[in-house]
Design a protein around this ligand. Structure first.
Ligand SMILES: [Zn+2]
Length: 73
């Protein structure tokens, strides 16, 4: 019966799990960031960087991206 040894071991296990989760998140984050900076052209389907205002392949402008509200009068 060694309470300090048990709690110390438990702390080490928790620390190890936290470390694994941390590295797993770090590995995933660049992919997610890369995905967020790219978009698919609605016209031709080419993956285009979000920083571009228009598609590199077909030249379709992404400026008209905000949802168009169709108001029926
Ligand atoms: Zn396109």
């Amino acid at each position: 019966m060694n309470a300090i040894g048990i709690s110390g071991g438990l702390l080490a296990v928790i620390f190890a799990i936290a470390l694994v989760l941390f590295f797993r998140m770090r590995r995933l984050r660049p992919q997610m960031a890369g995905y967020a900076t790219q978009r698919m052209c609605p016209a031709c389907g080419l993956i285009t960087p979000r920083s571009k205002a228009a598609c590199l392949e077909c030249g379709k402008s992404f400026v008209s991206d905000p949802p168009v509200r169709q108001i029926h009068k």
